[in-house]
Each structure stands twice: as structure tokens, then as C-alpha cells.
Design a protein around this ligand. Structure first.
Ligand code: PEP
Ligand code: MG
Length: 588
């Protein structure tokens, strides 16, 4: 910031990874490579092809090494991000096209590859389908690495940070962060806007704050500018004043003191001061999270998002592979429950592998989750058999995503029966009483919850989707993110409706969307009568602490009061005032 260096300025983006960081900016704007365009005559072309094949091999080995390092440092799942790079490096069509290009244009192989790769990137960038558009980034990232090798320059990415910095970038690719030194990065800020971008995944795995969707922020800042990043609220303060730093410093102190108090209570049950219990569960995406959720005091797994097994695999995982994953979690958590959700692929989640439904204009309204499974019954049944087999190893419950009504639930259950029969006739054991539930995340399911409740053993309200479908707000579109209002009266009434319908049939109702971990909103959900909250593990201790220190009667009154209001902002203010009155003093 050249002008007005001392003046504090506040910018707002999308909060993508929690935490607060204060430090100097490292503006990460990798320079364009100089691509040589010298001609090669026919006699040199064979040597150029050999050089190309050699560099492809070298690059493959480099990526393998990187993948191994990332797997060791951050875990297998994080490392699978490089699988897509191998697909590009091994793509014979692209390799042959490069060689053809060299023969046609008579220029060197580096130039030819650059041209071909750019054609691929342009084609993918212009596709309607979001998944395919994102593949352009994989091609861009790996092409850059290969081009560096062809030109003879190293690709350093963020590996050369000399001191602790806040990374500000247009976007960050897996190769850029592969050699990063964990302690050197204080936070990530990106112009690009997706909460599922690589920078965000990286920030969460190394537990630093991230704010995304900052649009042209890289143009505003200079290297070394002093900024403060609030990953809870999505705020970035440039040239923070003493006052701001004090306020945030105090906030950090409060957080530390809260953490101390919380850790002392972590093994206790989650019961309000006046004795009302709730189950506090964790959302997970793989067996590698078990230690962490135990450490954070999870009383079970309320949502096992199985699609990540599929997203990260080349080809679909076999029944045996799936069984191993489900069984590992079931066994480790036993006797605590593990709710395994069947495949929720589609929307913005697609695998790296072969299966792609045809391009859809509105993927979130398309062939997603249970719809996709009911159209691909072999795939679905393979998963159901794997879950059933795992059910004998622990307290497994099965849950269907995106149920829209009773007919769909019946069809899913009929296939589940077929899977049971197949196992029985092969003498394979499973828990015959395994509970089966439905996610309530489509308004039609919520409205017919009384019918569904008679056909289910439990409900789990998926507010991430329920809010997007109810308010018609795309959950990943940053331009309308401010309209995504969990405190909209329609949302709260719908949650109440589902809880009441479930309770009328004496089934338990859980809430597993991100807002289940929002300390300001949790008292409302408790007051509405929710039986279980399932959240990302790092949020568990604070939520447990808060619930254990408030009276249920107060939360019930709060829920009654907010149901009388019709303005989302007013409802939020009331919840916030409740939080300040009943919770803030606990953490002061
Ligand atoms: C939800 O929609 O609230 C949910 C938990 O499912 P997902 O975020 O995986 O769609
Ligand atoms: Mg959902």
C-alpha cells in the first residue's frame, strides 16, 4: 500500500479457515516463464522427443517425491491431490499432440508443449461444468512444473520463504505449497473465491487462518505490508491500528483462556447446567481423523462423508477397500456410534477418476447423491454391502443423503434389502438391526418429515444444503454469500418442523451442517430441541464448554423468542446478545 501507509483499512472476504494472524505480507505472484521459440530442423527433432520423454520422467519422479513428502507431513488424503498431475503427465494424447505440434511448427519441444498445454487449459477453462473448469488448474500447475524442467529452471513455489509471512496470492496450487515450511506461513489470502480451493485445504491442514474471495487484493498490496487476518469473520485489516491489535490481542488471550478451561472438561458428558443432555459428534471424511476427533472429545461420528474415498481414488474404490475404511472407523469408535453417509457425489464433488455424468447446467440440482446412486445401483449396492459388513465391527448407522421424499427412501431401502440378502446368502455377517436414517437437506423432505419419520430410525438435518435450497442461494457462490442466512426465519422454522416431526415418531434428530458448530447459534438449536450436533472436530471443545455452562431453560426461551421474529438480522442480534450475556463472561 503506497498511499496513506498508516491509515487502517478493513477489507472483507470469505472466512475459509479459522484463526487470527498478524504479520507481513508475502505477495506470491510467480513470474511467467520465458519460453524459448527457437526453431529445430528435422535432424534435431528425434533428440527433442527424447529430451521431452526424459523431462516427463524426471517431472513424474519429482511429483512422486513431492507426493511422498506431503503424505508424510500432511497425510495421505492431502497427497492425493497430485494424482491428477500424473494423469496429465501420462496422457499419451497430449504427449503425441506435442510431438506433432513440433513437427508441424518446426519449433523446439518446450515451445510446442507450451502451445498444446495452453490449448488444453483454454478448452477446460471454457467448459460449463465446474469440475472440468477446475481441471484446468491441474493442467496449468503440472505444465508449469514440466516447462520449468524443460527450460532448466527450478520451480520453487513457496519453498523459499525466509521468514514468517502471510501469503497473499491470486490462487495457490498444490505444487506451490508442496515444499512449504509449515511454521513459515502465518495465513493464506487469495483473490480467488472458493472455500474448497487448495489454499483453503492447505490452511486447514496446517491450522492457519485463510480468507478467500478478496478479488483484486494482490493488486492493492505490496510485499512487506503489515496486515491482520481474521479467519473467523473473513476480515483483513491493512495497517492495523494499535486499538485493533489490542482488540484482537485480547480476543486471542480470551481464546487461550477458554482453551485451558475447555480442555479440563473435554472428557465429561455434554449436559446443560440444568441437566439436559445432547450428543456431540464429529464430522469426518476419512479414518485418518479418528485420533484428532478423540482428542477433541467427540462422542461418536455423526457424519462420515464417504465421497472423499471416491474423490481421491483413481477408479472407484472396491467393496473391500471401502469395507476396510468403514470398519477401521467403526472399530476405533466402538461402542460409540458412527453414522456412515452413502455416497454424496455430484454438485461440486466429483472424483478424479473415470466416472463423470454428462455436463449439467445446475449440478446442485442435478444427478447428485442418492439420485446418482439410484441410477447406478451396482455402485450403490457395493457401498451398501461394505457398510453392512462394517456394521458388525461397531455401532454403525447408515444414512442416505439428499432424500427428497418417501418414494426415494423406499427405493434406497429396497436396494439395501437386496444387499442384505446377498450377504446372507453368502454367509457374511452384518448387524441386522443397523439403524438407517435420512439426511433432511431438501425442503421437500423437511415438509414431508412426518412421513419420512415413520420410515426412518433417525434424521440428520444438513443445513449446508437445506439453506441453499430453501433460500435459493448457491452455497459456493461468493457473490451472494452475504445472503446465505442461517437465521432466516424460514430456516429456523424448518429446523423446528423437522425436529418436531422426528420427535412425534420418537426418533432422534441431529444437525450436521456447518452451523451446528457456531457458538452463537447453538443455543437456538438446543432450545428448539435438537438431540445431537455433529461438527468439524476442532469446534467440539468450545461447543461442549458452552453447552455445559448454560441452562436449557434459557436456551428454550431464546428459541421461543427468535421464532417470534421475522428479520434474520434481528434474530442474529438476539442470539448474539444471548451469547454475550451467557457465554462471554465464561471466557473472559
Ligand atoms: C449439509 O448439506 O449440511 C451436509 C452436512 O452435507 P454436505 O455439506 O456434505 O453436503
Ligand atoms: Mg449436504
Amino acid at each position: 500500500m503506497d498511499s496513506d501507509r498508516q491509515r487502517e483499512q478493513v477489507f472483507k472476504g470469505i472466512a475459509a479457515s479459522p484463526g487470527v494472524a498478524h504479520g507481513k505480507v508475502y505477495l506470491f505472484l510467480p513470474k511467467e516463464l520465458d519460453i524459448p521459440d527457437d526453431p529445430v530442423d528435422e535432424s534435431e527433432q528425434e533428440a527433442e522427443v527424447e529430451r521431452f520423454e526424459k523431462k516427463l520422467l524426471e517431472t513424474r519422479q519429482e511429483v512422486l517425491k513431492l507426493q511422498k513428502e506431503v503424505a508424510e507431513r500432511l497425510g495421505e488424503d492431502e497427497a492425493r491431490i497430485f494424482d491428477a498431475h500424473f494423469l496429465v503427465l501420462e496422457d499419451r494424447a497430449l504427449i503425441e499432440e506435442t510431438i506433432r505440434e513440433m513437427r508441424d511448427c518446426g519449433r523446439n519441444i518446450t515451445y510446442s508443449f507450451h502451445k498444446v498445454a495452453q490449448r488444453y487449459i483454454d478448452a477446460f477453462t471454457n467448459m460449463d461444468d465446474e469440475y472440468l473448469r477446475e481441471r484446468a488448474n491441474d493442467i496449468r500447475d503440472i505444465s508449469k512444473r514440466l516447462l520449468h524442467n524443460l527450460v532448466g529452471e527450478s520451480h520453487y513455489g513457496l519453498s523459499r520463504l525466509s521468514d514468517e509471512r502471510i501469503i497473499v496470492a491470486k490462487d495457490v496450487s498444490p505444487s506451490d505449497t508442496a515444499n512449504i515450511e509449515k511454521g513459515k506461513v502465518l495465513a493464506f489470502i487469495t483473490d480467488a473465491g472458493s472455500k474448497t480451493s487448495h489454499a483453503v485445504i492447505m490452511a486447514r491442514s496446517i491450522q492457519v487462518p485463510a480468507v478467500v474471495g478478496m478479488r483484486n487484493f494482490t493488486r492493492i498490496l505490496n510485499n512487506g505490508d503489515e496486515i491482520l487476518v481474521d479467519g473467523y469473520d473473513g476480515q483483513v485489516v491493512v495497517n492495523p491500528s494499535e486499538q485493533t491489535l489490542f482488540r484482537y490481542g485480547k480476543f486471542q488471550e480470551e481464546k487461550k483462556s477458554l482453551e485451558k478451561k475447555i480442555l479440563a472438561q473435554i472428557r465429561r458428558t455434554t449436559k446443560t447446567r440444568d441437566g439436559v443432555s445432547i450428543d456431540l459428534m464429529a464430522n469426518i471424511e476419512g479414518a485418518n481423523e479418528i485420533d484428532r476427533i478423540r482428542q477433541y472429545g467427540a462422542e461418536g461420528v455423526g457424519l462420515f462423508r464417504t465421497e472423499y474415498l471416491f474423490l481421491n481414488s483413481v477408479g472407484f474404490p472396491s467393496e473391500e477397500e471401502q469395507y476396510q475404511a468403514y470398519m477401521t472407523v467403526a472399530e476405533a469408535m466402538a461402542p460409540d456410534p458412527v453414522v456412515i453417509r452413502t455416497l454424496d457425489m455430484g454438485g461440486d464433488k466429483f472424483p478424479n477418476s473415470v466416472y463423470r455424468p454428462s455436463a449439467e447446467t445446475n449440478p446442485f440440482l442435478g444427478l447428485r447423491a442418492i439420485r446418482l446412486c439410484l441410477e447406478n445401483t451396482d455402485l450403490f449396492k457395493t457401498q451398501l454391502r461394505a457398510i453392512l459388513r462394517a456394521s458388525k465391527e461397531g455401532n454403525v448407522k447408515l444414512m442416505y443423503p439428499m432424500i427428497s421424499g418417501a418414494g426415494e427412501l423406499d427405493r434406497a431401502n429396497a436396494i439395501l434389502d437386496e444387499a442384505r440378502n446377498e450377504l446372507s446368502s453368502n454367509g457374511i455377517a452384518f448387524d441386522e438391526n443397523m439403524k438407517v436414517g435420512a439426511m433432511i437437506e431438501i425442503p421437500s423432505a423437511a415438509i414431508t418429515a412426518d412421513v419420512l419419520a415413520r420410515k426412518c430410525d433417525f434424521f440428520s438435518i444438513g443445513t449446508n444444503d437445506l439453506i441453499q435450497y430453501l433460500l435459493a442461494i448457491d452455497r459456493i457462490n461468493e457473490q451472494i454469500a452475504h445472503l446465505y442466512e442461517p437465521t432466516h426465519p424460514a430456516v429456523l422454522r424448518m429446523i423446528k418442523m423437522v425436529i418436531d416431526s422426528g420427535h412425534s415418531e420418537r426418533i432422534r434428530v441431529s444437525l450436521c451442517g456447518e452451523i451446528a458448530g457456531d457458538p452463537v447459534l447453538v443455543p437456538i438449536f438446543m432450545g428448539l430441541g435438537i438431540d445431537e450436533l455433529s461438527i468439524v472436530s476442532s469446534g467440539l471443545p468450545a461447543i461442549k464448554y458452552i453447552i455445559r455452562n448454560i441452562d436449557f431453560t434459557d436456551m428454550k426461551r431464546l428459541a421461543e423468542d427468535v421464532l417470534e421474529l421475522d428479520d434474520p438480522k434481528e434474530i442474529f442480534s438476539l442470539a448474539e446478545a444471548f451469547y454475550k450475556k451467557n457465554v462471554s463472561h465464561l471466557i473472559a
